[in-house]
Ligand binder design. Structure first.
Ligand code: ATP
Ligand code: MG
Length: 592
């Protein structure tokens, strides 16, 4: 390809609204342009990269036995109503009506379409298993589209769906796809880590995410520093440390089991009465620490939420953070949001900043983190402006705790749930996600088959996604320097760029000649034949990240030499003009 005839609108300046390197560099390299927030066109250079990712994914899917299909982006509401997700998907789904008032969405994912495709056709156990995949545009009305291709409203996804007779079959299919994913990301030159994941709105029993570690990643991941445990923080749990205080209390409870009605024994553990204390303006944990000198781990943080229009309070220790994903999963809530301060008096009978779980109205559900169980003589809000309660014993004083469950977000240093080693937290970009769906969709949508005994069984499904466009962006995040992108060879839009410098006819002819020769050898070559200054050509070549650069100037040409530079290492050397093509081919092998 000749740059004089190419469309590659590079930018010198960093675009103001681009916050992370991949977004900045893909705009600057003229690879993408935004039509509006989160909606992109892939320009010639960018689309070549996207197609490389697609090709790698396609080859590995085919190799794993998956069959390529293409399903509609426009989906009828009926199938989503059948599965129950028309409501569940909420505002993320783009919905519209046709001229006859029939409801549709632009597919954010395709489980329902798959269930619909197979439900009328698959009859017997002999028709199973199989695996269908597609590479297709998805639409999601993201609350905060940002970071360029990372979180877009419209993006390209590879989604695959396995259909099996039973859980055993699903386990095999899942492992097969897991292995294919490892190969895909490896071939894309991405360094990924696999983590246990939350299944979110997909439902199902097991799920893993493939993560690219990067500071710009929007996911927090917990890794054990001593064993293989790795999980998305949405799901990660720490081992429950039994603090010495509560262990002593347990021991005491055991030895005094037969005297449990003895008020004296009670007094040693929790006999101190609740007291209301004046805490003017102390609406945060920090304020309270300063004012009454109690440490955060002795406080009960009470978080007010509205879950599907019902008031709920969640309790975590003052030094912990509530994990909304865990709360949502526990409540099985579709819509979960923090309560607005205005809602406190009427819905919670309380005041923002001073809410507490003692003597709350009966219609408010209370769920508590497991660690609340261990607390004694704790501090919490008194549901009255400028007051807190001290000496609160959750078991004695909070009557209606629905459950003690895992609600907190793990923190660096927490003990690993497998081995007790310290957890560390890193940021990651989710490039792939695999789910064991089970029978959620097949049961609700009637996708069944007859087993060997003639009995009707629901098909057991799995679902597997790769963000194709996000992979391209993640590759830039992982491979760039201060001069631009450094494409891993398998994703590079072109393998070689030729820069003829100056306007000598000899140089031009030599450049054309090697350009033809490399193309004939099957390489992807860009020839910068633009009438531009050398500086501009060098800058653009580095910005767009082509792995090998050949520079041809009149001086080295006199000695029948070309100058070659490897983008990643910056290493420069001369090659003979006569053997240039084979030397370039060898170099590319080495880079790979
Ligand atoms: P996220 O948690 O990042 O919102 P998700 O878990 O909702 O993603 P999945 O439903 O698992 O996404 O989709 C499969 C893959 O599609 C993801 O692993 C990711 O690579 C990609 N993807 C999802 N949403 C977007 C988006 N808004 N823009 C670009 N790629 C996306
Ligand atoms: Mg996901």
């Amino acid at each position: 390809m000749k740059l004089s005839k190419y469309y590659m609108p590079t930018l010198r300046e960093v675009p103001a609204d681009a916050e992370i390197p991949s977004h900045q560099l893909m705009l600057r390299a003229g690879m993408i342009r935004s039509l509006s927030a989160g909606i992109y066109s892939y320009l010639p250079l960018g689309y070549r990269v996207i197609r490389k990712v697609e090709q790698i994914v396609r080859e590995e899917m085919d190799r794993s036995g998956a069959l390529e299909v293409l399903m509609p982006a426009m989906q009828v509401a009926d199938i989503w109503k059948e599965s129950g997700r028309w409501e569940e998907f909420g505002p993320l789904m783009v919905r519209f009506k046709d001229r006859n008032e029939r409801e549709y969405c632009l597919g954010p994912t395709h489980e329902e379409v798959i269930a619909d495709i197979v439900r009328d056709e698959v009859r017997s156990y002999k028709d199973l298993p199989f695996n269908l995949y597609q590479i297709q545009t998805k639409v999601r009305d993201e609350i905060r589209p940002r970071f360029g291709l990372m979180r877009a409203k419209e993006f390209i996804m590879k989604d695959a769906y396995t259909l099996d007779r039973d859980e055993d079959g699903l386990d095999k299919a899942y492992q097969n796809m897991y292995d294919a994913y490892v190969r895909v990301f490896d071939r894309c030159g991405l360094d990924t880590r696999v983590v246990e994941a939350d299944s979110g709105a997909m439902g199902g029993s097991g799920s893993h995410e493939f993560m690219v570690l990067a500071d710009s990643g929007e996911d927090d991941l917990a890794f054990c520093t001593e064993c293989e445990y790795a999980a998305n923080v949405e799901r990660a749990e720490a081992a429950l440390e039994i603090s010495r205080a509560s262990k002593a209390a347990d021991d005491l409870a055991e030895t005094s089991a037969d005297t449990s009605n003895n008020p004296a024994a009670d007094a040693t553990t929790s006999g101190v009465e609740i007291e209301k204390v004046h805490t003017p303006e102390a609406t945060t944990i920090e304020d309270l620490v300063d004012m009454i000198g109690v440490s955060p781990e002795k406080m009960i943080k009470t978080m007010a939420y509205v879950a599907d229009d019902q008031p709920v309070v969640a309790l975590v220790r003052g030094d912990d953070q509530l994990n909304e994903v865990k709360l949502r999963n526990h409540l099985k809530a579709i819509e979960l949001r923090p309560a607005h301060p205005d809602e406190f008096p009427e819905r919670f009978g309380s005041v923002a900043g001073f809410i507490g779980p003692v003597d709350l109205s009966e219609n408010i559900k209370i769920v508590a983190d497991r660690r609340i169980q261990e607390l004694e003589k704790a501090v919490t809000g008194a549901n009255e402006k400028d007051y807190h309660l001290v000496n609160v014993n959750p078991h004695r004083d909070i009557a209606e705790i629905e459950a003690f469950t895992e609600l907190r977000t793990v923190q660096a240093g927490d003990p690993c749930p497998r081995c007790g080693g310290a957890l560390e937290i890193k940021s990651g970009i989710e490039v792939g996600h695999i789910f064991k769906l089970g029978t959620k969709y097949s049961s609700s949508m009637g996708a069944t088959y007859l087993d060997e005994n003639g009995k009707t069984q629901p098909i057991v499904m799995g679902s597997y996604g790769i963000g194709i466009t996000r992979v391209a962006a993640a590759a830039v995040e992982q491979h760039h320097d201060d001069r631009g992108i450094v494409w891993p060879l398998p994703l590079a839009p072109f393998q070689v760029i030729i820069l003829p410098l100056g306007n000598s006819g000899d140089v031009g002819r030599a450049a054309e000649e090697i350009y033809e020769e490399l193309q004939d050898a099957g390489l992807e070559v860009l020839l910068d034949d633009r009438d531009e200054r050398a500086g501009v050509k060098f800058n653009d070549a580095e910005l767009i990240g082509i792995p090998l650069r050949i520079t041809i100037g009149s001086r080295s040409l006199e000695n029948d030499k070309f100058e070659v530079q490897i983008r990643r290492t910056g290493k420069e050397f001369n090659i003979d003009r006569s053997s240039a093509c084979s030397e370039i081919e060898n170099l590319l092998e080495e880079i790979e």
